[in-house]
Write a protein that binds this ligand. Sequence first.
Ligand code: SAH
Ligand code: SF4
Length: 394
Amino acid sequence: MLGLAEPSAGCSAKKRLLGMGHLQLAQWLHDALGEPLRTASMRARQLYHWLYVRGVGTISEMTSLPKELRLALENRAEIGRPSIVSEQISRDGTRKWLLRYLDGQEVETVYIPEEDRGALCVSTQAGCSLSCKFCHTGTMRLARNLTAGEILGQILVARDALGDWPSARVDRALTNIVIMGMGEPLLNYENVADAFRIVVDGDALGISRRRITLSTSGIVPKIERWGSDLRTGLAISLHAVRDELRNELVPINRKWPISELLQACRRYPVNRPITFEYVMLRGVNDADADARELVRLLRGLPAKVNLIPFNPWPGAPFDCSDPARIRSFASIIEAAGYPSPVRTPRGRDIMAACGQLRTAASRLRRSTNRASQFAAAKAGEAREPSDGGAFGGL
Ligand code: SAH
Ligand code: SF4
């Protein structure tokens, strides 16, 4: 969609199985391995089960497949899990993995344990093209979209580490998924949708749609489509209540302003409250008047407002609002009947909290001069979005 190259297959000519649904697997078993049509579907189902229910790490463990088929698979295919470059564990139990895909591209994935559940925060792109001013990932270039298999690979690696196989266990540590890692998921729509069809499939990873939340900065035309295709929970990165400020903080707002974004939310075909994420930036978007305007904007919409204390990163041009300011903001929203929890920052000590993810590759596109850019923008200087042209092809 953005004219990005798919990951190069140059480093391995083998077929990558992760990401394929059972129909694709059946077709490939027939076309590439000569599996007769009458058995291809059954073999594909077995393979699908080994990949996504049992979570095996090697083809040789797929013992219900005939030996000749296993050998043929070993020659022609690989599962395609990413390798773990490093793991960091926060004082609060949050775990962050730096993963490397077969072409060398790296992304981060974060597991956040809570008392009664555990959420995995998955990435959908290596980098991001959207340059939100408060986001560390936004200081990276977009290297490329992740494939469906690469998105699934993050979940598989987490399940390996958490001892969470097979999929049907009742005591799984990984119970929820938030699509809130690196990248804008709705700008990689097909791959994210293909991956999550396998995530929600009871014959595959088996995680309920109600336990999945997709977060978007506001790719309006894709919001409704996601609602009818996947029907997961939805979170909107709002962060400002007036277009003037949102144009600066979340530059995609220039293309789809707040009114259009909220209309798309009202049409979202899932009967659950929508979460509005609002990062608390001291002196920028945290006045009581902003809270009152937020209440006005949300009128009639089943919603919850997640207030996110700004998570700092080196060179960031913002500070987090004071706790008293956040409490005052929250109380105005709650008085209007909307739950307004303040998100407890998790994994800050290992740079795993919201907006702190960033891999070493393609360091420092803009972060060093963010502060001066923002100051200039506030002073009303006309300028193009710092990512000029990044929205092309949407
Ligand atoms: N691209 C998607 C999903 C990834 S960002 C989106 O923008 O929604 C996940 C959430 O973290 C978003 O709400 C984002 O606005 C927020 N975020 C980004 N940087 C942050 C920071 N430094 N502190 C707190 N939240 C941040
Ligand atoms: Fe991209 Fe989301 Fe970060 Fe904005 S907040 S730069 S859309 S990852």
